[in-house]
Design a protein around this ligand. Structure first.
Ligand code: NAD
Length: 357
């Protein structure tokens, strides 16, 4: 079996999950975490205390010096483009965090460059790997809902995410780019349809007061090309006292049935004396850690499965499969379509009108 040689670009808040994934795939010889790169030297050193890889400050140097089969891009949203382009140029497969890019033009360029270079481009739309959402997909494909007419989705973070995690670039992103994009893609995946028109409204104030800036919340109604409409509420201002870091869910209603999924509360509740907030729910389907028989960390959940799927696809390519034989995965084309919706959401916020895609 092939063993993909992987390099990581960006080892920050979410980049650590990519490192975890490839480290543990190394236990079974499915992938090797060869190198990782970050412009933040102190953070790189911190990660080296926990993970084993050759460190780089410059991804171009990493691509040049290492014989990599694939890289994963986990830098802030507006910085994905150049790194994916460099991977394509180097003939290296690439997994890019969502959104693929913050412009449709950028996504088109990245997808075209990877297509021309014959390299795999995957986007980390991990909601597609959530077993609850896959169960929804099965029901829809079985025809249990009939023709889907409308739906609703929400994804909302506790205010600590923009305020404490990345106050430096939160205003350059938005609840639509950071959160909405997950559910725009999930709706496309479930409906098997693309967005054709968008109308959005938004509000500012709370994050401006805190000096972070940007949109507090964005609500959008999207018409899809199969006639269904879905309303998406996204927000970055849930209070610190909310029971989970993220609140999320989706419901779809069709001519024969309806489906609802609480994508956050998976039925686990804790309430501990020294906790803040006092009572918390946990989405253990996303990420959970256990130790194996040797005491090593093993991370599970759809947050890992989607990243691992990239390395497994690279292995199949190394073993001689063609890109078109890989089966379904969140592709560059999916990245383009999700960004089309998010970009239209922002255009609608600017113009106040309906935007056709
Ligand atoms: N899939 C998910 O659930 C999920 C969750 C959080 C974030 N994300 C996405 O992951 C990406 C990173 O988010 P984050 O929260 O980890 O941000 P972060 O700011 O914590 O980490 C980004 C890292 O990239 C590094 N970096 C910046 N420019 C670089 C460059 N040119 N070369 C190498 N490193 C560079 C920064 O120093 C930083 O350490 C974003 O696109 C975000 O939308 C995805």
């Amino acid at each position: 079996m092939a063993c993909a040689r992987i390099g990581g670009v960006g080892v920050g808040t979410f980049g650590i999950n990519h490192l975890r994934c490839f480290r543990q795939m190394g236990y079974t010889g499915e992938a090797e975490l060869v190198a990782a790169c970050d412009t933040n030297e102190a953070l790189l050193q911190q990660r080296l205390q926990e993970f084993s890889f050759r460190p780089y400050r410059d991804y171009r140097e990493m691509l040049e010096k290492e014989d990599l089969d694939g890289i994963t891009v986990v830098t802030p949203d507006p910085l994905h483009h150049d790194i994916v382009m460099a991977a394509a140029e180097a003939g290296v497969h690439v997994l890019c965090e969502k959104p693929l890019d913050v412009t449709v033009e950028g996504c088109l360029e990245m997808t075209e460059a990877c297509r021309k270079a014959g390299v795999l481009l995957m986007v980390d739309f991990h909601k597609r790997y959530d077993e609850y959402h896959l169960a929804m997909k099965e029901k829809i494909q079985a025809g249990d809902l009939g023709k889907i007419q409308y739906g609703y989705a929400h994804m909302e973070d506790r205010i600590e995410v923009p305020r404490d995690w990345f106050p430096g670039w939160a205003a350059k992103s938005s609840p639509a780019w950071f959160l909405g994009i997950h559910f725009y893609d999930l709706a496309r995946f479930l409906l098997e349809a693309n967005g054709v028109a968008v109308w959005a409204t938004g509000a500012k104030g709370r994050l401006e007061e805190l000096g972070v800036g940007g949109w507090d919340s964005i609500s959008a109604k999207v018409l899809f090309d199969n006639g269904a409409t879905v309303a998406f509420d996204t927000s970055w201002i849930l209070p610190d006292g909310f029971e989970a870091i993220v609140n999320q869910g989706i419901r779809l209603v069709g001519t024969k049935g309806m489906l609802e999924c609480d994508s956050q509360d998976r039925g686990t509740l804790t309430c501990c004396a020294d906790d803040r907030p006092a009572q918390q729910t946990h989405n253990k389907s996303f990420l959970r850690m256990k130790r194996d028989k040797y005491g090593r960390e093993v991370w599970e959940g759809y947050g890992m499965t989607s990243i691992a799927d990239f390395a497994l696809n690279v292995n199949l390519l190394l073993e001689g499969k063609r890109l078109e034989d890989l089966g379904p995965y969140p592709s560059g084309e999916d990245g383009i379509e999700a960004t089309r919706i998010a970009a239209a959401v922002h255009r609608s916020l600017e113009t106040g009108g309906i935007v056709e895609l």
